[in-house]
Design a protein around this ligand. Structure first.
Ligand SMILES: Cc1cc2nc3c(=O)[nH]c(=O)nc-3n(C[C@H](O)[C@H](O)[C@H](O)COP(=O)(O)OP(=O)(O)OC[C@H]3O[C@@H](n4cnc5c(N)ncnc54)[C@H](O)[C@@H]3O)c2cc1C
Length: 464
């Protein structure tokens, strides 16, 4: 039981990655911190379910080794990342071709914390210029909707040059571009239809969890820049590895699970189970809707719903550790991968785990539609594949429609702060970065890390 009279400098509401990383920054600065989490486990949306020795993420996680906060967040130093094969594998007209491979980013650039993963990373799949026949399918030249072949050396050279340029473009320059929905920006920038339909549209849909590309072009540019600068990856052992790693680095007794906060003020929180807790400041690190329940008037964005389907099969598809996208958009699956090839720890020895992500609202009998689509994508029968789990999250990712404020304020009042992916970009990077900003604002208000001058605004909360 918690002592209702317990005092902490800061109470953090929510033990997702935003709340945990903020807590880590605060405790490292000597600020006593208590994290209250409504669920019985930490991690929020980054949960991993264990079924028959498989580790099944509730989310179709795609991280990039180029997410700056994976490097900057204290406590994530030892996080092992399992790398996908370079670029992505695109399915078009019954063929696979690899695209988006950056010669300069094949290695460990940006993967400072992925040393173990790099050492054991599966060999890259077929080279970028060689189309790969889907086993069991008739081989025909891949063609875009414009009738021209896709995945040719010219396509690869064009993309390679574009990505090299993008990776070297400063973020500020990208953010200075006119803002519009990503789908419009792809056309407005004069890109060839074959590049848009054959590569950028499926890639961006997967990265943004947004099938219609209504997302702000600025957020889309940042997602493409991260793709161009690093490697797609997964936390080794499941998405939960990331929040668990953060939780382990906190002083014992910091996190309290099974405690639901029902109201907040600048110097106290009230909980459903343990009454009131007094404190110096409160940081709300819940999802957007729960934050607005605690702070009426806080903006609630729209959301992109996501369904993740896990299968196992005795006969592994031959796509190696690649992320496979469907340029033809011939079914519900946005992206799929033989995840046990990317991260063998997610399946029992000798077993195969295929994880597929469907974007959009939940539809009945999604598993059948997914199997039919996967049979086309992998070029093999999926009739005997076993379904391990189907997870639908209606409010998976906050929508980032234009005009989208990438740095929404995290300091509401001295003593009352808010962070989470809805204050930044709807990604792991955004959640961690918002926590970085919020903890900096709290420390500044507390006067921690710098001498207090008489001209300083009087903080309402102080470090002990
Ligand atoms: C299906 C899916 C796919 C995704 N795909 C990607 C992707 O490919 N790439 C990417 O970067 N990101 C992706 N994301 C987004 C990413 O998972 C989130 O941005 C990130 O996990 C958000 O973390 P958070 O800490 O802000 O919020 P959350 O993880 O939602 O944590 C909030 C916590 O607050 C707790 N809480 C809520 N109310 C209360 C209360 N009243 N009292 C106490 N505790 C409370 C909740 O239980 C929860 O643990 C995906 C998300 C989903 C669901």
């Amino acid at each position: 039981m918690l002592e209702p009279t317990y005092q902490a400098d800061v109470v953090v509401v929510g033990a997702g990655i935003a709340g945990l990383s903020a807590a880590r920054r605060l405790t490292s600065a000597g600020v006593t911190t208590m994290v209250l989490e409504a669920a019985h486990e930490v991690g929020g949306r980054m949960a991993t379910e264990k079924v028959d020795g498989f580790r099944l993420d509730r989310i179709g996680r795609l991280l990039s080794t180029a997410y700056p906060e994976l490097r900057l967040t204290p406590g994530l130093d030892g996080l092992a990342l399992s790398l996908f094969a370079p670029g992505v594998l695109l399915h078009s007209d019954g063929r696979h071709h690899r695209a988006g491979v950056q010669p300069g980013t094949r290695g460990a650039r940006g993967a400072l914390h992925a040393v173990r993963a790099l050492a054991s990373a599966p060999r890259p799949g077929p080279g970028p210029r060689r189309p790969v026949a889907v086993p069991g399918r008739q081989v025909s030249a891949p063609r875009s909707r414009t009738g021209a072949p896709l995945g040719t050396a010219v396509d690869q050279a064009r993309l390679g040059a574009a990505f090299t340029k993008l990776a070297g473009t400063p973020v500020e320059r990208l953010l200075a571009r006119p803002e519009m929905p990503a789908a419009e920006a792809l056309v407005a920038r004069g890109l060839p239809a074959r590049t848009i339909d054959g590569f950028l549209r499926p890639l961006l849909s997967a990265l943004l969890c947004d099938p219609d590309l209504t997302t702000s072009s600025r957020s889309a540019d940042l997602a493409l820049r991260a793709f161009a600068s690093g490697r797609l990856c997964l936390p080794e052992g499941g998405a939960e590895a990331l929040p668990q790693q953060l939780a382990r680095t906190l002083p014992p007794g910091t996190v309290h699970t099974g405690v639901r906060v029902t109201s907040v003020s600048t110097n106290s929180v009230t909980t459903a189970e343990h009454g009131e807790f007094r404190c110096g400041a409160v940081l709300i690190a819940t999802g957007a809707r729960a934050a607005a329940e605690l702070l009426p008037g806080l903006r609630v964005p729209g959301f992109h719903p996501v369904t993740v389907v896990h299968h196992t099969t005795d006969e592994p598809p031959a796509t190696g550790a690649s992320l496979l996208l469907d340029a033809d958009r011939g079914g519900p699956v946005a992206h799929t991968a033989v995840v046990s090839r990317v991260d063998p720890s997610r399946a029992p020895a000798g077993r195969t785990l295929v994880t597929s992500t469907v974007l959009g609202p939940h539809t009945p009998d999604i598993d059948t539609a997914v199997r039919v689509h996967l049979a086309r994508l992998y070029g093999m029968s999926t009739a005997r594949w076993e379904t391990l789990g189907v997870h639908h999250t209606a409010e998976a990712v906050p929508a980032m429609r234009p005009p989208h404020d990438l740095r929404r304020t995290v300091r509401l009042l001295a003593g009352l702060y808010v962070c989470g992916d809805h204050r930044d970009t709807g990604t792991v990077q955004g959640a961690l970065h918002s926590a970085h900003r919020a903890s900096a604002a709290i420390l500044a208000d507390l006067g921690v890390g710098r001498p207090l001058h008489t001209a300083d605004p009087v903080p309402t909360a102080r470090a002990a």
